[in-house]
Design a protein around this ligand. Structure first.
Ligand code: SF4
Ligand code: SF4
Length: 334
């Protein structure tokens, strides 16, 4: 289905959703930084800036309780957190580099173990993607085979038009329901011209060649050259729409506490630290090698997909200037 919505009606749509109790998450300014966060009103939304962190927090929180426990004498009571309580969410203004990562993550969270915390939030989230009309030097979605108008992962996709408003195209029942539930706000498409798309780095990497090199170079001196300066801060994983490692820890006392699921990162020294004291990734280049291997080899081996959408966020935040696009490009030319 294809429809048109004016900018004014789009803000009405968001306000109606908020008024009826739907959680609407969209880019908004937080202390001068654009982030995907729940809106109190459509007036908070900023559509023209790339959020610093990815949209994954809307359906995969940084930390969440999965169980609570209490002990009284010899009696221990455990209460599971019921995923059914998660709110219906409309995630709006999602850049293609964020939306495209969502079905990639579905593969791992519904593989051997069905992660109901992730899957229930996904079921309850409608993704409203937005074509990118601006990019910066770090963007390279086109190099990994995506584009600023890629609709993968979106239930409904918005293309901004000259003079305001959007073409809305649906790609799922959820996207159609969003339009059908608010028909008075949508019109038939007109002849308005779409705004020019962003023009990120366009040379396409040969990802097959990258994988072949990775298949054959687990041990290679290049890893030291690439990553000896990595400080293991984990920022690259935390801002990434496709990184998804987490740890489960108990927090509390012997009397009461919570079991929590927290984001983790393979860049951290403790990530592979065994209880014996042994650490198979005892040096930082080994940890960074895992980051590249996971994104461009292991995930491809397992799920036939690449774990990088070229959003460029890890490049923007890395405190020592490690540039994943440059690394992958260099590997593709070896
Ligand atoms: S690895 Fe970097 S560029 Fe690729 S999706 Fe993650 S944050 Fe974006
Ligand atoms: S952001 Fe940079 S320094 Fe920090 S873990 Fe990632 S690559 Fe290493």
């Amino acid at each position: 289905m294809q429809k048109y919505i004016s900018r004014q009606n789009f803000t009405k749509l968001l306000d109606q959703l908020i008024a009826t109790g739907t959680r609407v998450v969209a880019p908004r300014m937080n202390a001068g930084t654009p982030l995907y966060e729940p809106l109190a009103s459509s007036a908070e939304m900023v559509m023209d800036q790339l959020p610093r962190r990815s949209a994954k927090e809307a359906y995969f929180p940084v930390c969440e309780d999965i169980m609570t426990y209490e002990k009284e004498g010899q009696k221990v009571s455990i209460t599971d957190i019921d995923p059914a309580r998660f709110p219906e969410t409309v995630l709006v203004g999602v850049r293609p580099c964020d939306a495209c990562a969502i079905p990639v993550l579905d593969a791992v969270f519904s593989w051997d173990y069905k992660d109901e915390f992730f899957l229930e939030r996904r079921r309850k989230t409608t993704i409203v993607g937005l074509a990118c009309t601006t990019s910066d030097d770090a963007c390279f979605c086109t190099a990994v085979g995506l584009s600023p108008a890629d609709t993968k992962g979106s239930d409904l996709f918005l293309t901004p038009l000259e003079g305001g408003g959007y073409v809305c195209e649906t790609f799922s029942d959820k996207g159609e329901a969003l339009i059908n539930d608010h028909t008075s706000l949508f019109n038939e498409p007109n002849n308005a011209t779409p705004l020019p798309l962003a023009q990120p780095y366009t040379e396409k990497f040969d990802l097959k060649k990258v994988k072949v090199w990775l298949d054959e170079h687990f041990e290679d001196s290049s890893w030291d050259e690439i990553a000896l300066r990595c400080v293991g801060c984990g920022a690259c994983a935390f801002v990434c729409p496709a990184c998804h490692c987490f740890d489960i820890v108990d927090e509390g006392t012997e009397k009461a506490g919570k079991r929590r699921k927290n984001w983790d990162a393979c860049g951290f020294w403790k990530f592979t630290h065994h209880a014996s004291g042994h650490n198979p990734r005892d040096q930082q280049p080994k940890r960074y090698r895992n980051r590249i291997m996971h994104k461009f080899k292991y995930y491809d081996d397992k799920f036939g997909q690449t774990l990088c959408t070229g959003c460029g966020r890890c490049i923007r935040v890395c405190p020592v200037g490690i540039d994943i696009a440059q690394i992958v490009e260099e590997i593709s030319k070896k």
